[in-house]
Each structure stands twice: as structure tokens, then as C-alpha cells.
Design a protein around this ligand. Structure first.
Ligand code: PEP
Length: 234
């Protein structure tokens, strides 16, 4: 299982370090063979003494250069970071990244051998248009992405479930993941209001290879509890 925490624009350099100390100590005592990832804000990227993959929430498709406000490969290499979120719904819908921007970014970091957590997910109006429209929408978000890339992990995150407390039923998650698995033979995460109360049921689904957690990852006890839920599938 992969359990990933996306802090978004939360936490500081100091609180991230404290969090990583607690999480690192928890993981070193427990016997999980899961992959735990944390995506702190860019200002808190660093090396940590823990068995945790540190990834960046975003980066610009450049080594360095005149891109005010962005970070590139050089800033990630300083901390040996080679894991990146691409296509998150907040970058698509709030920050206006187009599929073209996303493909460009994907190809740049793929060429650098990055592990890429590539996010897809439908807004509510598409969801309400039925399952054909939904799958068509998701397929468009996969357009131009090398689905055979061995550094690829896909996260299915319905936009209407992110940060809202709403989640699709486990039957719906299973249905959509099964359909996606026909196209993508890579790990497939579910994201969208995952919390301690629903993590076990979601991770018990055969086509769910892990979860991407936003809000609930900010409380270390909740994130630890979600990690403990990986035991649900034998
Ligand atoms: C996310 O940001 O990827 C996410 C799934 O957020 P939340 O868990 O808060 O819905």
C-alpha cells in the first residue's frame, strides 16, 4: 500500500520537522511494509531521518531560470527529491493548469526519472452526467500521459470529494478503479476526504493500492491511524 500525505498550503518548516520526527518514530516501531509519502509545502522541503518518501507538491518544468515564484529541478535536487504530484485538482481548477501544461510538466520530470503521482478526477457536474461521461472525462485527463511509465502512480480523486467530507460509495470507487485498471497497469490510489473512519473500507478494495490524504494528514494521529488501516487487506 501507498499512503501519501498532501499538506497543501499548511504547516511550516518547523511544524513539518516535528511531524516527521513523530511519524518517523512511529514507523520505525511498527512493522509496515507500506510506502509512506509526505508532500510538504515547498518551504519545508528538506532531508529527514525517517523511512518516508518526501515529494514536492509542484515544480516547474525547468532546471532553473527566470520563473518567479516557482521551483525547479535544482531546488529539488538539493534534498534528493525525485517524487512529484502532477495534475492535482487544485492546480487544474484553482491555479488554471491546462492539460497541455500538465503533459509538458509530466514529460519533463519523466525524463528526469521522477516518481510521479498523477492526479485525475471529475467535478460534480460530470459525475451527475453518468458513468460514460465520467469515464470519458477521466480518459481526457490521461491524454498525452505515458501510462506505461514505470515511475507512474495514478491517484483518482473526485474533485467534489476533495476537502468536502463527501466520498463516493465503496462500490463506486471499486467500479471506477476497476475501469481505470483496464487502462493503467500502475499503482492506483484513491483520494478525497479519506479519514480514519473510512480508510479501512477504502483500502480493503481490491483495485485500491493506497490513498492520497489531504486534510486528515495534518493531524499526525489521524494520519497514523490511516496508516494502521493498511492492515485491512491481507
Ligand atoms: C488532496 O488534496 O489530494 C485530498 C485528497 O484532500 P482531502 O483529503 O482533504 O480531501
Amino acid at each position: 500500500m501507498i499512503v501519501a500525505a498532501n499538506f497543501k498550503t499548511n504547516m511550516t518548516r518547523q511544524s513539518t520537522r516535528e511531524y516527521m520526527d513523530v511519524l518517523g518514530a512511529f514507523l520505525s516501531k511498527a512493522q509496515y511494509d507500506d510506502t509512506i509519502m509526505v508532500f510538504p509545502p515547498a518551504t519545508a522541503l528538506d532531508r529527514f531521518d525517517a523511512d518516508i518518501v518526501i515529494g514536492a507538491q509542484n515544480a516547474y518544468a525547468t532546471r532553473n531560470g527566470a520563473y518567479t515564484g516557482e521551483i525547479g529541478l535544482e531546488q529539488l535536487e538539493e534534498f534528493d527529491i525525485n517524487t512529484l504530484l502532477i495534475g492535482h485538482s487544485e492546480r487544474r481548477h484553482v491555479l488554471g493548469e491546462t492539460q497541455e501544461d500538465i503533459i509538458h510538466k509530466f514529460n519533463f520530470f519523466k525524463a528526469q526519472g521522477f516518481k510521479i503521482i498523477y492526479c485525475i478526477g471529475e467535478p460534480i457536474e460530470i459525475r451527475e452526467s453518468g458513468s460514460d461521461a465520467l469515464m470519458e472525462y477521466l480518459e481526457c485527463q490521461l491524454d498525452g500521459i505515458d501510462l506505461g511509465y514505470d515511475g507512474l502512480i495514478v491517484a483518482y480523486e473526485p474533485v467534489w470529494a476533495i476537502g468536502t467530507g463527501l466520498t463516493p460509495s465503496t462500490d463506486d470507487v471499486l467500479l471506477i478503479h476497476n475501469a481505470l485498471k483496464k487502462m493503467i497497469q500502475r499503482p492506483l490510489l484513491y483520494g478525497g476526504s479519506v479519514k480514519p473512519e473510512n480508510a479501512k473500507a477504502i483500502m480493503a478494495l481490491s483495485s485500491v493500492d493506497g490513498v492520497l490524504v489531504g486534510g486528515a494528514s495534518l493531524k499526525i494521529d489521524d494520519f497514523k491511524s490511516i496508516i494502521q488501516s493498511t492492515d485491512s487487506r491481507i
